[in-house]
Design a protein around this ligand. Structure first.
Ligand code: 13P
Ligand code: SF4
Length: 384
């Protein structure tokens, strides 16, 4: 079985207790749910997927919520779209579709259920609603935001466009519907280079505005000849990784393969072995089976990728996304019981945002997620 080795040595970061942050263990009991023989029978097979992260004595606390959620999904014709950063009991035990932002957007567009529960953050739920306006889209906790989405408003984008007329606006999906509505096309970390090059050609421009993630923009700039105009947004999880962390980790764990998400700073990308979206990182581990790996991204990724990588040891510096961690089993259960918190979007905003997302989804689908090249010299961008 894969080993998960927490790595508190990185900088001065304390390694959080593994599961205490995910919610109280009496959440099922407080909802009148208990670990009955029926619950055990319904959930025994699911436990096999999470036994590497949930000890057997804790399983009776999770299983009643899992069984109840799966029953509620059938009753309400609901599906759960689970992002790669969800904790393993959500990802494996109640998630119907799993993946990175791009994969989940495609699933939302194709979905035939009546209800979508977004096990992810608010901008992901908005993307689902934009693509599936006839479905009820629920976000289990309204506080599940994102530092990138919070870094920019629709008004900011209007001002940027006024300053750079004729330059296409490529917007990362980690933004509000209002920001997408002001944009020409969206991108994710799976296709950012492809979308920027497409937009430049389509608009006949040698410049592209790529907002709001400054580091993603710089990492894209390192891979293209286009001039990139960027915004100063940062992911509060990925901006904390440093090249010194990587050096420390390599010294402590000889033979370590270092994988990074492209929201990391360029100097981290320069010393990583491979970089890509969350789906690309999972794909790398699955196909290449490294003996020892570190995923420079949110904590839960390692737990989820480890399930299909029994030969790999995961060194796990613990950078939690506090927004993703708002989504717990009990929040999903409460959302389905009460059909709360429904995501709604003004129809004019939705239609304009959909145009930007549709342009991205219409680009040729890659067989495997796109890689970001690592080891490149950091590139300059123009910061607005
Ligand atoms: P992915 O599109 O790679 O899943 O990233 C989403 C995200 O929020 C990364 O921080
Ligand atoms: Fe936003 Fe970063 Fe959390 Fe992803 S990990 S949702 S980019 S704050």
């Amino acid at each position: 079985m894969a080993r998960i080795i927490d790595a508190p040595l990185v900088a001065d970061r304390a390694c959080e207790p593994r599961r205490a942050a995910w919610g109280p263990l009496d959440a099922a009991a407080r909802r009148g749910l208990s670990f009955t023989p029926d619950v055990k029978r319904e959930t025994d097979a699911l436990y096999e997927q999470v036994e590497h992260v949930i000890p057997p004595f804790e399983w009776p606390a999770y299983a009643p919520l899992i069984a109840a959620i799966n029953r509620l999904k059938r009753e309400k014709n609901a599906v759960i779209l689970a992002h790669n950063y969800m904790t393993s009991e959500i990802f494996f035990c109640v998630g119907d579709f799993r993946g990175d932002s791009l994969q989940l957007a495609r699933e939302a567009a194709a979905c035939t259920a009546d209800v979508i529960v977004q096990a992810g953050v608010h901008f992901m739920a908005e993307t689902s609603k934009i693509l599936a306006p006839d479905k009820k889209v629920l976000i289990p906790d309204l506080r599940a935001g994102c530092s990138l989405a919070a870094s920019i408003t629709g008004e900011d984008v209007r001002l940027i466009k006024a300053r750079y007329p004729g330059v296409p606006v490529v917007t990362y999906v980690n933004t509000s519907a209002e920001v997408k509505a002001e944009s020409d096309v969206t991108c994710t970390s799976s296709n950012a280079v492809q979308v920027c090059e497409w937009a430049a050609k389509e608009w006949g421009s040698d410049r592209v505005i790529l907002i709001p993630d400054e580091f993603l923009a710089k990492n894209v700039a390192a891979m293209t000849n286009l001039k990139i105009i960027a915004w100063h947004g940062r992911c509060e999880v990925h901006e904390r990784f440093t090249a010194e962390d990587v050096a420390e980790l390599r010294a402590a764990h000889p033979g370590l393969v270092v994988l990074a998400h492209p929201e990391c700073p360029p100097d981290v990308m320069a010393v990583a072995d491979y970089a890509g979206s969350t789906a690309a990182l999972a794909h790398y581990v699955e196909k290449r089976n490294p003996a020892k790996v570190v995923l420079l991204t949110e904590c839960s990724m390692s737990d989820n990728v480890a399930a299909a990588a029994p030969q790999t040891d995961f060194i796990r510096p613990c950078n939690l996304c506090p927004h993703m961690k708002r989504i717990t089993l009990e929040a999903i259960y409460d959302a389905l019981v009460n059909m709360r918190h429904e995501v709604t979007i003004d129809e004019d905003v939705r239609v304009r945002a959909k145009r930007a997302i549709d342009r991205m989804l219409a680009l040729p689908k890659q067989q495997t997620p796109l890689d970001f090249e690592t080891g490149r010299a950091p590139a300059e961008v123009e910061l607005v």
